[in-house]
Structure formats: C-alpha cells, structure tokens
Design a protein around this ligand. Structure first.
Ligand SMILES: CC(C)(COP(=O)(O)OP(=O)(O)OC[C@H]1O[C@@H](n2cnc3c(N)ncnc32)[C@H](O)[C@@H]1OP(=O)(O)O)[C@@H](O)C(=O)NCCC(=O)NCCS
Length: 327
C-alpha cells in the first residue's frame, strides 16, 4: 500500500505588521472590540508589489528545503487561493515558472478558507493512485488586496500569508495524510463572497462605485454554520477511520475567530490547549491559515511520533473539510 507522507513544510508571513490599534486609526473600532470578539491582536500585510504567487514562492522554497527535495522532482503543483495574482492564468501556473519546476500539471483550487484541506486531499489521491510521486501543495492568500479597508465589519478580520507542504509517496504511515472528508453547500453564496468582477456581474464603473469588488460577509450566519459544518467534517473523517475524538492529540482549526475555535472545542469535548491557535498573530489568512499554523507548530516541535492531528476548515461557498494526519 502506498502512503502519502508530508515530507516538509514551510510558511511565509509578510514583514509588515498591522495592530488593532493601527486599525482603530482608520475605522471606528478598538483593540478591545477586536480582541474580545475575534481573538485577533495583529495581522501581517503584504507589500503592494507582493502578489499571491510571491507569498507562495517563499513558503514553497522553505517546504522544499525542509523536505530536501529538488524543485525538479515535483510532479504536481496545487495552489489553494481566492486571491490569485490575476483572474487567470492560475497562480499555480505562474508559480511553476517562478519556482523553476518542470512543465508539470499545475492548477488552483478555489474553496476559500477550506482550500488547503481540499488541495491536500486532491493531491493525496493523485499520489495514492501512483500517478505522481511528489506533490507541492500550497495555501496562499493576500486578503488585504480584496478587503474594503473602510469596512470595519470585515477589514479587522483578515491578514496575508502562505503555507506549503511537499507530499511524497511512502511505504510507512509515519507523517502521513491518512484521510479527508470534504463538503460544500452553495445555497447561500452571498454570505461570504466578492459580488462583482465575475461573469455574473462583470466590472463596471457602477460596481466599483458600489464597492462590489470587496469581500462581503454576513458574519452572524457564517459564525452559526461554521461550527456545525466543522463538526460534520470531524465526525465524518473519524467515523470512516473508526476513531473517536479521544484518539486525536491535536486539532489545527481554520483561524477565523477564537470564539469559533472555542465553540468547536466545547462541542467536541476537546481541550483548548490541544487546539493549535495563532490567530492572535495572523488574523484569518484564508487558505494559508491551516498550513501556516501547522508548519509553525511542527517547527516548534509540538508534535510527537504516533500522534494524530486533525486539520479542520470552513470557508466561503460554503465549503468545509477535515484531514487526518498520522504523525
Ligand atoms: C464578524 C464577527 C466577529 C462579529 O462578531 P459578533 O459578536 O457576531 O458581532 P455582531 O455581528 O453581533 O455585531 C455587534 C456590533 O459590533 C459592530 N461591529 C462590527 N465590527 C466592528 C468592529 N470592527 N469594531 C467595532 N464594532 C464593530 C457591529 O456594527 C454591531 O453593531 P450594532 O449592534 O450597533 O449593529 C463574528 O460574527 C464572526 O466572526 N463571524 C464569522 C466571520 C468569519 O469567520 N468569516 C470568515 C469565514 S472563513
């Protein structure tokens, strides 16, 4: 049987840090409101000339180095993002050239904040089937480019970053991606979206004047559905693997709101000190959120051989998913 091993991880957070106090100078908000409602203290913001592929490039280089794999060995490149450098071509195609990869299959996945978990599972299937030997999977997002910096309902929540992992075929189950359970429900696409700029409402002077090219969100509805859908994903993957939550040592949840993470921990009966959280430092970095938190926790030596780690995400779509990793 072929296992799919995480051979190395990397992450990148832009240098510029914007604190809650900095934001309170631009919109009617306060450090106290943002901390208590979201758990966010600061976020990293990319430079004007840093695009999604540039963030991804830094994370990917680090992952390749940590995996000790040459770029030429990579057979498959997937970038999860909602902030592609351009509407098309894909960020993955652009990154193929920037990284000097062979002319391999490279594509983007748009599953919003669940993107990395989706991408991980797609790559897992390609490797398990023996189609490819090594895959590079990246979550990269520059939310600062699509947020209305005058809208306090959304601008305080997001940040920029990228996280990457190199996957490879393996004969043993150590450091492996075991399973994934994914879902989507598009009945309320407007709960979290960019209304214009697509084929439904192409860009016009009016769409620009009406701020329809920025993230629009129904925070209360998303909050309510997030915990329910993440529970569904966790239960789905545990049931399929004939495990219970007591068999899991760590959860790396999507970093959208500390209260959502706490609610998930409560519902699962899972200790908060085993939930990996970096939201205070990063805000919600969308598809980058889980791989950045995972790479940081691994670099800090928090995981031990034999432990099981669950990644669990939700995002625009709505989409959701969980991945099980055997460390
Ligand atoms: C957005 C979110 C933090 C709001 O928290 P909340 O406790 O639900 O707050 P409410 O929506 O009840 O708003 C409370 C008040 O705070 C105000 N408010 C919103 N943003 C604010 C800010 N940055 N600073 C100060 N006040 C703010 C609102 O205008 C509202 O005022 P009102 O009562 O006078 O209308 C929360 O709903 C959330 O995290 N939702 C999920 C969003 C998410 O995760 N999105 C990404 C998914 S991947």
């Amino acid at each position: 049987m072929t296992f799919v091993r995480i051979m190395g991880m990397g992450y990148y957070l832009p240098k510029k840090v914007v604190t809650n106090d900095d934001l309170s100078k631009c919109v009617d908000t306060s450090d106290e409101w943002i901390r208590t409602r979201t758990g966010i203290v600061q976020r990293h913001i990319a430079a004007n000339n840093e695009a999604c592929s540039d963030l991804a490039l830094q994370a990917a280089k680090q992952a390749l180095t940590n995996a000790n794999i040459a770029p030429e060995a990579i057979d498959l490149l997937i970038v999860a993002t909602v902030t592609s450098d351009m509407q098309f071509p894909s960020t993955a195609a652009i990154l193929q050239a920037k990284l000097g990869l062979r002319t391999i299959m490279a594509f983007d996945i748009n599953a919003a904040c669940s993107g990395f978990v989706y991408a991980l599972d797609v790559a897992r299937h390609f490797l398990t089937n023996g189609v490819y030997r090594y895959a590079l999977v990246i979550g990269s997002d520059k939310l600062s480019a699509i947020v209305n910096w005058k809208d306090r309902n959304t601008c305080v929540l997001f940040g920029d970053g990228a996280g990457a992992c190199v996957l490879g075929q393996s004969d043993t189950n150590a450091h492996c991606v075991v399973d994934g359970f994914l879902g989507a429900d598009g009945s309320n696409p407007d709960w979290l979206c960019i209304p214009a700029g697509g084929s439904l409402q192409p860009a016009t002077a009016t769409t620009v004047a009406n701020h329809l090219h920025f993230v629009s969100m129904n925070g209360r509805e998303v909050f309510k559905v997030a915990v329910r859908r993440m529970m569904e994903a966790v239960r789905g993957v545990l049931e399929r693997q004939k495990l219970t939550i007591a068999d899991i040592q760590w959860i790396v949840p999507h970093q959208a709101n500390l209260r959502i993470i706490q609610a998930l921990a409560d519902e699962l009966g899972f200790p908060m000190d085993r939930m990996i959280c970096n939201i205070d430092q990063t805000g919600n970095t969308s598809a980058a959120s889980i791989p950045v938190a995972l790479a940081q926790a691994e670099a800090a030596g928090r995981f031990h051989p034999g432990e099981r780690i669950l990644l669990v995400a939700f995002g625009g779509g709505l989409t959701w998913g969980a991945s099980l990793i055997q460390y």
